[in-house]
Design a protein around this ligand. Structure first.
Ligand code: W6P
Length: 407
């Protein structure tokens, strides 16, 4: 079929990662024709790469109706962007149609994360889950959601720059050339505290320390990404503190330290919420390992339960709402951090508390998009048997009854 052929053609082209600096320069030029032309090539390429990767997923997952639905959205959006390939970039009518198409695509893909999560649940309910499948799905979802973040960055930048959305005065699309990190901290804290107070009737206070406040200026970043990440980690920290100090009158404060060096702008959040055992720290970033109740639950459990159960949605008109989530908050936050070559690292002390480090690139020319590309190595990742450890591990003893080999 033609669509299939077109997609395979596109996955032979490599996506072009942009740096934060390029996004900024692109946005400052404000040339709609240039943006149109770039997106016209780039969006189909990025879509094609991830659509190709879908094909390597286990059949058990691909046959789930939610997964089919997600794929149908990608097919449709691919076709829609493709239809602009031959159109005249000098025709203002074409540019206007393109903006409408972009908005349609953004809307169509609003619930991709939830729908894919639902697909994973459907598969788990039908076939069960094992370590090998969960590892493959983890690998795929990290790449799939990173791809989605990157496509939405391109699309929302175009929409913000050339649409009729009124923008923040300082911002170039969603990028703030003078991003106020302390303001991001404060916004995320207030949003998380609201939720925490709503469900727990109390929330810890916050102390903010800046190594040298005057140095924090001239930082180019997407404030929305920082706020999204911090909102997630604040919720987790608050829940830990509230639950660990359940019957106490006073809660130990949360602490934020912000430091800006030559390479990194680092934001550390410390809580005294009792910490996470070392063995469980990796699980915080696993999609298939959520202690959160499933979203269709009807019980009275706290929506902060699990390591994340509520997701803040920023609607296109700028308003915000909350919806039930799937415990994907931390893995997604780490993707947002890694998207521009940063990272999100948890370092915990069981019996005391947890530190979370958010690393961001100071230099906008080094903040390059991190894009998954599909190649032969990728397909091998899906074929490979689970790697068998060649280190003895006493933790396995807990999981299986020990047997003596008689052969
Ligand atoms: C915890 C577990 C956690 C995850 C992420 C951020 C903070 C915290 N605190 O106890």
């Amino acid at each position: 079929c033609l669509l299939h052929h077109a997609r395979h053609l596109h996955s032979k082209y490599v996506p072009v990662p942009l740096s934060m600096q390029q996004y900024l320069e692109f946005g400052q030029k404000k040339c709609e024709k240039k943006s149109f032309q770039f997106l016209n090539d780039e969006i189909p390429i990025r879509l094609a790469h991830i659509m190709r990767e879908f094909e390597d997923l286990p059949k058990e997952l691909l046959t789930m109706k939610s997964v089919k639905l997600v794929r149908s959205w990608y097919d449709l959006s691919f076709k829609e962007v493709q239809s602009f390939a031959e159109k005249d970039p000098d025709d203002t009518k074409v540019l206007a149609e393109f903006s409408v198409a972009i908005q349609n695509i953004l809307n169509r893909h609003s619930y991709v994360v939830e729908t894919m999560a639902q697909g994973v649940i459907e598969m788990e309910d039908t076939y069960g889950m094992d370590d090998k499948i969960s590892e493959r799905i983890q690998y795929f979802l990290d790449r799939f959601y990173m791809n989605r973040i990157s496509i939405r960055m391109l699309l929302t930048q175009h929409a913000a720059l050339f649409g009729n959305i009124t923008n923040h005065p300082r911002r170039i699309g969603h990028i703030d050339p003078n991003c106020d990190v302390i303001e991001c901290v404060s916004n995320a804290f207030k949003a998380a505290r609201q939720i925490c107070e709503h469900y727990h009737m109390q929330a810890p206070e916050l102390d903010v320390i800046t190594a040298d406040g005057s140095k924090l200026s001239n930082f180019v970043y997407v404030p929305g990404h920082i706020e999204h990440i911090l909102f997630e980690v604040f919720k987790n920290a608050m829940r830990a503190v509230v639950e660990y100090h359940r019957d106490k009158l006073e809660l130990p404060k949360l602490q934020i330290i912000v430091a800006k060096g030559k390479q990194d702008l680092t934001i550390k959040l410390s809580d005294q919420g009792g910490g996470v055992p070392y063995q469980d720290q990796d699980k915080l970033f696993q999609y298939m390992y959520s202690t959160a109740p499933r979203p269709q639950y009807t019980g009275q459990e706290s929506p902060l339960a699990g390591y994340m159960d509520i997701d803040r949605v920023t609607h296109d008109n700028g308003s915000r709402s909350f919806r039930a989530g799937y415990g994907y908050g931390l893995p997604l936050s780490r993707l947002y951090a890694r998207y521009f070559q940063g990272d999100l690292v948890v370092s915990s002390m069981e019996g005391h508390g947890t530190d979370v480090y958010l690393y961001l690139k100071v230099n906008s020319s080094e903040a390059n998009e991190c894009l998954p590309i599909y190649n032969t190595t990728t397909s091998r990742m899906y074929e490979a048997e689970k790697v068998v450890s060649d280190w003895s591990s006493s933790t396995n003893w807990n999981q299986s009854i020990r047997t003596y080999s008689t052969t």
